[in-house]
Design a protein around this ligand. Structure first.
Ligand SMILES: Cc1ncc(C[n+]2csc(CCOP(=O)(O)OP(=O)(O)O)c2C)c(N)n1
Ligand code: SF4
Length: 264
């Protein structure tokens, strides 16, 4: 299904190993995807799966989780799906702290439709729609998830595959909105356009520039240029949406006089 050297299969392998090691049951696991190369991941799964529309996977997943909080809901998206066309849903899933795990393949472009720039394409990068350099700045997905209210945020790459599996397992085990962003090679488009035509060049870039969080944080701001942190970035335990909603429901169902706002 995917081009040779694409990072999506490595992500899927890490996710499936995580399901197995955490003892997930396919009967109460739902994987929701959007549209794109990444969105095709659900074709390989025996869990429940919902292949939705481009950019709306989190909205569908929110509905599933709100309706049946017992289900384990995982959302697999590309950078286009998650934070470009789907940016609004991403912001609100994080703000609500929905108990969902978002696995995001960030290959810095729209892979499926031929390599156009997306909301994460770095400034100056060459794509099919920015032949002379991208004039926009790319979104930092992890920073966005943190400020919007996610309980767990991590970044991985296919080069750091064992760490990636650990981060995915932590994300799956966390109550509330968890995000694992994966910087992922798209040699066919982004790599070819940005002097990394060979997969090994893209992997070398991930290896050289991806630093463990502790090492990255020790760098001076000027040294951070072009580098990125790999590993767990945020880990907190704010109440998720369903917990807050149940508290509101209990107040609303309480006998008159015991509800908030009752005057007598
Ligand atoms: C509403 C809507 N707009 C545009 C498209 C066309 N389209 C399909 S996939 C895609 C981009 C996918 O990029 P991304 O989400 O980053 O995933 P990737 O293919 O890179 O894995 C676009 C624009 C669509 N299917 N639906
Ligand atoms: S076009 Fe890019 S993202 Fe899509 S399968 Fe090929 S390498 Fe992967």
């Amino acid at each position: 299904m995917w081009c040779p050297g694409c990072g999506i299969g490595v992500m899927l392998g890490a996710l499936l190993r995580s399901f197995e090691e955490l003892g997930y049951d396919c009967r109460d696991t739902v994987v929701v995807t959007g549209i794109g190369c990444t969105g095709k991941s659900d074709d390989y799964l025996v869990t429940h799966a919902l292949h939705t529309t481009h950019g709306r996977a989190l909205a569908y997943a929110t509905g599933i989780k709100a309706f049946n909080p017992k289900l384990k809901v995982v959302v697999i998206m590309g950078d286009g799906d998650s934070v470009t066309i789907g940016g609004n849903h991403f912001l609100h899933a994080a703000r609500r702290n929905m108990d969902l795990t978002a696995i995001i393949i960030n290959n810095f472009n729209y892979g499926m439709t031929g390599g156009q720039f997306s909301g994460t394409t770095p400034s100056g990068a060459i794509t099919q729609t920015s032949f002379y350099g991208n004039p926009e700045r790319g979104i930092d997905i992890c920073a966005l998830a943190e400020v919007a209210g996610a309980n767990y945020v991590a970044r991985g790459t296919p080069y750091h595959v064992w760490e990636l599996k650990t981060n995915i397992q932590e994300a799956l085990s966390k109550k509330g909105f968890s995000v694992v962003e994966i910087y992922s090679p798209c040699p066919t488009h982004f790599g070819k356009n940005n002097q990394m035509k060979e997969t090994r060049q893209m992997l070398h870039w991930l290896k050289e520039k991806g630093l463990p969080v502790k090492d990255y944080n020790r760098l001076e701001p000027s040294q951070k240029e072009g580098c990125f942190a790999v590993g767990k970035l945020v880990d907190r335990d704010e109440p998720d949406f369903n917990t807050r909603y149940e508290a509101v429901r209990a107040r609303a169902m309480a006998p008159k006089g015991l509800r908030n706002g009752d005057t007598q």
